[in-house]
Design a protein around this ligand. Structure first.
Ligand SMILES: NC(=O)c1ccc[n+]([C@@H]2O[C@H](COP(=O)([O-])OP(=O)(O)OC[C@H]3O[C@@H](n4cnc5c(N)ncnc54)[C@H](O)[C@@H]3O)[C@@H](O)[C@H]2O)c1
Length: 328
């Protein structure tokens, strides 16, 4: 049994990792300010410390209560559009906060660190699917803030021997297949929950940003990875840290267009989704699909929920069962 600290563990992806850790019999402490996260997303079997990453004293107290087998760092602001308006907020909260956390981990003898990084590191990639050696050139302060943390980990590894995993997620989607957790963001910006809300009549329609992209149906193509598969990838990456630090791109390796997602929600829900076609949104690349070969070959990871309809089915089931989300 291991002891793990999960920052941002009351959020969407973090709460699914917490479930995976608990299911595997580990001891889990969640460190979250609950600004975007939810108390109800933290299972009773996990400890919750309600505090901000910027609270150095609180962080110090928690980290000194070790030993910790690893720290998983999910806590971040993650709205690309917001970061284009408020770059300093993202550099302070994400980059400076992450750097301080890494320094505190090194200070307290933590030897393994797993970072939620992002496909937003690859602003406008030259090669699809996107491999780990693709040129890194973030198209937003959000992506840049994650790159700063990745670079800090690189140097913390070189100088202090910290072992780290940089996990660059593409589009996390779906919900715990057992219905224990799901996606509840305010504001919601992710496509699948938005389309589900349109199917449920909670939004008037889905506005499609651009239908003249060089893709089969003209709409943007993205790589949706089930959040439970993502959690499994974290456990496998953690195991790799016994040998070395790693950086992985995390996606299904198959892309789906906006229209395909809408059709999938219609199939799963049996309801019609009102759609309005509109102009492109600035900064949206046509296709973002991960090459996850490295993760697969090095860890044996294989997505269990690879089909789009399966992903949507779990998201639909959670949303239907929790119309008010976590209710806080
Ligand atoms: N969801 C995705 O598709 C996706 C894709 C790529 C990368 N990521 C990254 O994965 C991580 C988790 O994403 P998510 O969708 O679960 O986000 P989320 O907003 O649901 O979860 C983030 C959690 O961190 C907490 N938090 C934020 N700032 C904090 C701070 N300063 N101190 C303490 N707690 C803080 C929030 O309250 C929330 O519970 C983020 O780092 C995000 O950048 C997510």
């Amino acid at each position: 049994m291991g002891r793990y600290l999960v920052t941002g563990g009351a959020g969407y992806v973090g709460s699914h990792l917490v479930l995976a850790l608990l299911d595997a019999g580990h001891d889990v402490t969640v460190y979250d300010n609950l600004r975007q996260g939810h108390r109800g997303a933290v299972p009773g079997a996990a400890r919750l410390v309600e505090a901000d990453i910027g609270n150095a004293r609180r962080l110090d107290v928690v980290l000194s209560d070790g030993p910790w087998d690893a720290v998983f760092h999910f806590a971040a602001l993650s709205l690309v559009g917001e970061s284009m308006k408020m770059p300093f907020l993202y550099f302070m909260e994400n980059a400076a906060g992450g750097i301080r956390l890494i320094e505190a981990c090194v200070h307290h003898g933590v030897t393994k660190f797993i970072l939620s990084s992002t496909a937003a590191l690859f602003g406008n990639p030259e090669r699809i699917p996107i491999a780990e050696n693709e040129r890194v050139d973030p198209g937003s302060p959000y992506g840049e803030s994650k790159l700063m943390i990745e670079r800090t980990l690189h140097w913390a590894g070189k100088i202090h021997g910290l072992r780290y995993a940089c996990l660059r997620y593409f589009n996390a989607a779906g919900a715990d297949p057992a219905g224990r957790a799901g996606e509840d963001h305010t504001p919601e910006t992710h496509l699948i929950p938005l389309v589900i809300d349109a199917a449920l009549g909670r939004r008037p329609e889905i506005f499609v940003f651009g239908h003249d992209y060089p893709t089969p149906d003209g709409t943007c193509v993205r790589d949706y990875i089930h959040v439970t598969d993502l959690a499994d990838a974290h456990l496998r990456a953690l195991a790799r840290l016994d040998a070395q630090s790693v950086t992985y791109n995390l996606g299904n390796g198959a892309g789906h267009s906006v229209l395909e997602v809408i059709r999938s929600v219609e199939r799963v829900s049996g309801r019609k989704v009102p759609v309005r076609m509109g102009a492109r949104r600035e900064g949206d690349p046509a296709v973002l699909v991960a090459a996850s070969d490295l993760l697969r070959s090095e860890t044996g990871w294989l997505p269990k929920y690879a089909e789009l309809d399966e992903i949507v089915r779990t998201a639909w089931a959670w949303r239907e069962a929790h119309p008010g989300g976590y209710g806080d």
